[in-house]
Structures are given as structure tokens and as C-alpha cells.
Design a binder for this molecule. Sequence first.
Ligand SMILES: Nc1ncnc2c1ncn2[C@@H]1O[C@H](COP(=O)(O)OP(=O)(O)OP(=O)(O)O)[C@@H](O)[C@H]1O
Length: 372
Amino acid sequence: MSIEVKNISKSFGDFHALKDVSLNVNSGELIALLGPSGCGKTTLLRIIAGLESSDSGAVLFSGHDTTHVHVRDRQVGFVFQHYALFRHMSVFDNVAFGLNVKPRSERPSKAQIKEKVMSLLKLVQLDWLADRFPAQLSGGQRQRIALARALAVEPQVLLLDEPFGALDAKVRKELRRWLRRLHEELHVTSIFVTHDQEEALEVADRVVVMNKGRIEQVGSPQQVWNDPASPFVYGFLGDVNLFKGRAEKGSVSLQGFELQTDDQNQTGDAFAYVRPHELDVLPYTPGAEIGHNGKSNGLIARIDRAIVVGPVARLELLSTNASKGADNTTVAATLIEAHIAADRFAELGLREGDTVLVTPRRARVFVEGTTT
Ligand SMILES: Nc1ncnc2c1ncn2[C@@H]1O[C@H](COP(=O)(O)OP(=O)(O)OP(=O)(O)O)[C@@H](O)[C@H]1O
């Protein structure tokens, strides 16, 4: 079942929780709604489910407007972070619940229900727990049972709201891999809410990045990671260094160094985003920062802290370039984060306190709302 969200707006009193949101979800796709707390992810999910009404706009399932379709009739399965299982029912009865409460005319026979429940429990790899009660399960097992229960009624759409939010990091990681494999087997159109970027990038076919009630970008994990559409997406997906400065005729003067842009016509305040692993770090020799054009193409910095654990050396650097900010005021020493291979760090013989030259291999520059 495909889902089309058309121009949805929703306010709670004076607060605009969703502002003209449109989104298409293809049949069989797994989509992640990703964004900071309060950006409207859950509200959008609840509107798609029919648990909440929108002020304007429409939600279409396979081209049919659902505005007047009751939540019960939408064929939607839910898994929520705190969607507790029925405590007084065994695992088997919890999964069977949706089938047992169907009207008599639609209800499968006892034998069919048993077969279905056991096959779902096998699917979530917990058939050996059928006789247990929820209190006797781990948090991760409970969420897998909640998913089996949601799937029992063969939903056309599966909505998951931070389903692994309450679990510890290791269990979350296992469960998201497991969810991905399960999705590949079942291909139920699914929307997954999370504020964890790693989770979204690992699990989803496409990621919808939301901010303040709007969609900032929709794309594959690779697209949103490699080519963020806005400064917000850049900052939200992973660690990033921000350098402020001015763009003038294709040249961007940042805090102590220069970058060229493709567009010769851009002039204005500029913001350059560079990920920690996109910075080269070399021991500093005076003059090394001056490029062929006579301008500085790197930052001189001091290694304030070096955290070398495993294969990566995470360096906290303090820039010492004389620098001017976008508003022409002098900027205090900037903290820069650089990640280089631990082997390379050892090979260069670097230590805390050393002066280094930092050059961006890749930078994304935004000029006053336009990009280069
Ligand atoms: N019933 C309500 N009444 C008033 N305000 C609400 C209501 N439901 C949500 N909001 C507000 O709307 C905004 C969006 O809430 P929503 O739950 O959709 O955010 P979210 O992105 O899912 O956040 P989180 O990750 O924290 O769950 C929040 O500022 C929230 O306080």
C-alpha cells in the first residue's frame, strides 16, 4: 500500500506542530522520520494512523483519501515505545489478541489462529517464549512480541514510534538489524520514527529529515549523508565543524583560510560545513599554509586533546589563526574536531600540544541560504 501525505498542517493552540507537510511513501518501502525532539514526527505518524486529525491536507492510502476512514478500518499496525503488552496474558495470547477480537464472521478458527501465532513467533524468533508472561521477558523481547502482535492482523501499513527507544544501545543495534531483515522478508509499507540518526541511516530505504514542523530533506541514507540539503541537515546528521565567513566572487574567506566556490556570482555571509574525517592534519611548518595563489588554504591549530581509542584518533584542535567572523568581529580560538586514522596519527608522531596545519579535503558552503 502506498501512502501519500498531502499538504498536512496541524496546530495545537497557537503552536504549529506541522506546516504544510507533503510526502510520498512507496508500497513496500521502509521510511524513517528523523528529527530532533518536538519537530512533529509523532504528530505526523498519528495523523497517518488516524489517531489524530489534521487541520488541513489529506492522507491517501493507495490513492484513496482516508480522512473519513476510522483508525480501526485503516489496516494499520502499531508498535510504540511504551505500547505495553497485556500483562495478564501470555505471549501467545498477546499475539493472538487482534485475531481473537475480530467479529465472528471474520475470525479464523482456533487452529488457524494457533498456526498463525506460532508462525509469527517463529518470524520474530521467539516461539520458545509462547507460554511466558510479559513480566518474564527482556525489553527487547517485549518489543519483538509487540511487533508480532501488530503483524498478526496482516496490516497494510506498519507504524513504529521509537520502538527501541527505551532499550540499551547494544540491544537497539541488534533489533534494528533484525527489523531490517524482517522488512526484507515481509515488505509491509512501514514508517519508523526515530531521533537517532544512526538508526535511521542503517534501517531505512529513505530518510525524511524533519525540523520545526517541516520536512528539510527526503532521500536515501547516502543522499542525506553525502549531500545534505540544508545547514540543519548537515548539523543534525553526524558531527560537523562549522566555519563562518564571507563569500565574494567565488572565493570564500573563512576563519583564517580561503575556499573557492563554483559560483562566481555569490556574495554574502558564508557558512562552511566540514565533517571531522574530511580534515587533513599535518605537523605545522611555518609558511606551509600558504597556497599557490598566495592565500592561506589551511588553519593553524594546536592539538588540545587527542583521544586515540581503536582505529581512529579523535583530535580536538584549537585554531590559532587570526580570524574574523561573519559580522567582522574577531572570533575566539575555534574548537575543531578532526578524525584521522590512529596509524596515521602515530606515523606523524603527533602529540597533544603540537601545532598542526588543518586543511579541509571537502567542504560544503552555504551562502545566505543558497548553496554552492
Ligand atoms: N496534544 C498536544 N497538545 C499540545 N501540544 C502538542 C500535543 N501533541 C504534540 N504537541 C506539541 O507538538 C510538537 C510536536 O510533537 P511531536 O510529539 O510530534 O514531536 P516529536 O518530533 O515526535 O518529538 P519526540 O521525539 O520528543 O517524541 C511538540 O512541541 C509538542 O509539545
